[in-house]
Design a protein around this ligand. Structure first.
Ligand code: 8YV
Length: 330
């Protein structure tokens, strides 16, 4: 009896080697472990004969690409955000799309607080100063920062991660207000109070952004919104580049209309607007909010489970386009 042919699976970027070993035992793997950036053409070429894809770095999947992938059954995003996936196109082509919700909530919320605290207390700026040997003597007025404890935190986008942030804020005795399109049932709001977007920007001592990226959230925070914020406030963007108008943010930070920003995401990343690099009052990390060893492994494992279940003909745990199920490719 001949052994059944293994499913062909593409992994778009490097994963931990032990995860690749596991995938290799299960599938005929095309794994890109030298981690070079796949061009759109190269991705199309690799997916042309694949049954499944683990999208590790937010590669775009849309109609044109899917038209050339007759065997592709599942695209498993190793991320909770899925603005890189065109879901209607996936459904049209019978391709199952999945993401990795929940497993990253706590790590991303931790990173949000890391950015908030570090930007408010000028951690990056004072460390840079110390490293270049400028600390000659202690002075009373060195790097005065902003307090976090007891202040009002505004969360824009009170989803699962937003609620994890709100729970941490309680430990800092903060009042938490939030804005979503609709208020949540009180039991789900982690003690936070719903307010309109403009009221949130006016009333918050500090603001954290955690909304999904979509046309409706493009430049959600631009010059007009920044002008509503307190000049003593810190703005944290954990969401996606494009939710903030980076040029407007740079102007506000430069002109002292906003105290500081803590940013994990940028418009056009990994390229940065060079204006950020000239500012001391911005603390930046390279889109690593979910990057702890354990959380990255959990995200990859959930994506691997989504892939395996779909290829085995079973409904995956985090299906994004349920409409596809009855007409999916088999
Ligand atoms: C991902 C993220 O690691 O989950 C998300 O939406 O932004 C990060 O956790 C990143 O998008 C790479 O795919």
């Amino acid at each position: 009896m001949s052994t059944p042919e293994k499913h062909r699976v593409v992994v778009t970027r490097r994963l931990y080697p032990f995860l690749i070993d596991e995938l290799r035992t299960a599938y005929a793997l095309d794994d890109n472990q030298d981690d070079h950036l796949l061009s759109a053409d190269e991705l199309a070429q690799r997916l042309a004969t694949a049954d499944g894809a683990l999208i590790v770095g937010g590669e775009r999947v849309g109609d044109a690409l899917l038209a050339g992938t007759p065997r592709l059954k599942v695209v498993a995003n190793v991320a909770v955000g899925y603005n890189n996936l065109d879901l209607p196109a996936c459904t049209k082509h019978g391709v199952v799309a999945t993401n990795t919700p929940d497993v990253l909530n706590e790590s991303v919320a931790d990173h949000g607080f890391a950015l908030l605290l570090a930007a408010a207390r000028r951690v990056g700026e004072s460390e840079r100063w110390l490293r270049v040997g400028l600390w000659k003597r202690w002075t009373f007025d060195m790097f005065p920062g902003a307090d976090i404890h007891g202040k009002t935190l505004g969360i824009v986008g009170m989803g699962r991660i937003g609620r994890s942030i709100a729970r941490r804020a309680a430990g800092f005795s903060m009042r938490v207000i939030y804005h979503n399109r609709k208020p949540l049932p009180a039991a789900e709001a982690a003690g936070a109070e719903w307010v309109g977007k403009e009221d949130l920007l006016r009333e918050s001592d500090h603001v954290i952004l955690m909304v999904p990226y979509a046309p409706s959230t493009h430049h959600l925070i631009g010059a007009a919104e920044l002008a509503l914020m307190k000049p003593t406030a810190v703005l944290v963007n954990l969401a996606r580049g494009g939710v903030v108008d980076d040029r407007a943010l740079i102007r506000a930070l430069r002109d002292g209309r906003l105290a500081a920003a803590g940013l994990d995401v940028f418009e056009g990343e990994p390229e940065l607007n060079p204006g950020f690099l000239e500012l001391e009052n911005v603390l930046m990390t390279p889109h690593i909010a979910s990057s702890t060893r354990a959380t990255r492994e959990a995200m990859a494992r959930l994506a691997m489970r989504n892939l395996a279940e779909t290829l085995a003909g079973r409904r995956p745990p985090s299906l994004l386009n349920p409409d596809v199920w009855d007409q999916r490719r088999r």
